[in-house]
Design a protein. Structure first.
Length: 110
């Protein structure tokens, strides 16, 4: 997957993000529908801007840039262009809706 390779090679994310991949909604051995899933876990919130910028740059490097769906804490946005303004808009929206992280979690969601 080119997006996951792009993110793993991004110097600003190195050491601050864990990237894993998988095909969304397909069984093992099934080629799938072209929808790929990249899961990124960030070590800190400072890396969030670097992640969105890297995804926008990857998208802009594609001959036919795909829409990219981003989700954080249940808030979903679709990256349709690679402009710095859209990156800033996503960061503002996520920062406005982000709840403080709990100190400890037992895995139950309420």
């Amino acid at each position: 997957m080119s997006l996951s390779r792009w993110l793993m090679a991004e110097p600003e994310l190195r050491g601050h993000a864990r990237v894993s991949t998988g095909a969304a909604g397909s069984a093992p051995g099934h080629m799938g529908d072209g929808l790929e899933l990249v899961n990124v876990v960030l070590a800190n919130s400072i890396a969030l801007g670097s992640l969105i910028t890297a995804v926008a740059a990857w998208r802009g490097s594609r001959p036919r840039p795909p829409q990219v769906r981003l989700e954080r804490d249940g808030v979903v946005v679709t990256l349709r262009d690679s402009s710095p303004e859209q990156v800033e808009q996503i960061l503002r929206m996520w920062n406005a809706t982000a709840a403080p992280a709990p100190v400890a979690s037992d895995g139950d969601s309420e």
